[in-house]
Design a protein around this ligand. Sequence first.
Ligand code: ATP
Ligand code: MG
Length: 431
Amino acid sequence: MERKYIKDVQPDEEIIISGWIEKIREQKTIIFIVLKDSTGCIQVAIEKEKMPDMAKAMSALSRQSVVRFYGSAVKAEKVTLKGLEFVPTSFEIESVAQEIPISETTSQELKMDFRWLELRADKERLKFEIRTFVEAKIREFFLKKEYIEIHTPKITSQCSEGGAEVFELDYYGQKAYLTQSPQFYKQMAMASGFDKVFEIGSYYRAEKSFTSRHTAEAFCLDFEVAHLKSHEELMDLEEDLIKFVLRQTKERFGDEILRVFDTEIKVPIKIPRIKLADCFSIFKKYYGVEVKESKRLDLDPDGEKLICDYSKEYLDSELVFITDFPAEARAFYTKKIDGSFDCMGFDMLYRGWEVSSGAVREHRYDILKEQIEEHGVDSAKMKDYLEFFKYGCPPHGGVGLGIDRLIAKLLDLVSIKESIFVFRGPSRLKP
Ligand code: ATP
Ligand code: MG
């Protein structure tokens, strides 16, 4: 006998179904069970007189126990679940569930302690089906363009993004770090002549932030391309990627996303590009918000939200690029714009959050070394990284895009925690 998923059950076939007991309803002569597997629910009917042992075992069984039934389905027009009823001839109890410790009204923290139980809900499962699809589409986009997928080390000897936010570990008696980004290795791939690379993987940030958009273990897409000169080219590429992913996701899941998450995916015709300096004029003109000169190095969370409001209302896009940041506010490896204090770095924002950062990198050894010093870092400490640029390295640039954030925004979730399988943060190391 073959095990069938509940969605595939047809009448009058001898089969096995296996899943969780969702509901048990005991009547005088019959016991009805709603059995659930990953594909749906079906009603199981057990006549007490015909199957006394089975009926006795089932009436004593707790919800969420796992049972395997042997038998066949019959047509039952009155039954709302598929118009079918499963009539078992035998059964096996695979696992008896204790009382479920969480419910709809349980606190978020307790739900997270029992994350696997929380994930049993259809809505949760759907999130991860969508996530799987999105990641597959991202991969498809790059494979079509003949990118090489790389897997960079997660244990490293150098910090790429700054000192304080790094997890240190003991590596055979030597100090090592969990990677904060594949930045250095993506750049190494450029020096290796790989030309176009991408990676989908985790990076680790030891920031003590309790915001709704930070996690200690962020899952991200990174890509890097050689022989490009301007950040416009990079934004063109990222714009193509994001429109492709949104369009495909809308086509496949748009209706379900609207029904379950009450949000509509909108694919912009064009993702606007606004210079950081212009954001502050827009805030003043459209919202009467004045930002102090000293706070104009970056957008703060309120600024990110406001510029997204503006983009949505006036430019018909829920996504927006912010470009031309002051060089001092960006990572030392960002290439400067000739004759300007600004650099070729940009962010992409989506529904009020930064979801990606990108830049053309400085690939010339001497200038890179200078920029490291300008950022107050001893270039001797960056010796290993600087080696990549000594033996011929093409100009290049790339992007890092947070997939946890992208999914959270796509589904209009309140927190990044809700888009991650098992979340990691300053006060969360379990399960
Ligand atoms: P933020 O300023 O929002 O903390 P960041 O500028 O430090 O982010 P980047 O170094 O630019 O982050 O990393 C590229 C992308 O990776 C970010 O735009 C974001 O989508 C994602 N990312 C980075 N750090 C985190 C994190 N701690 N939690 C969730 N996503 C992250
Ligand atoms: Mg950033």
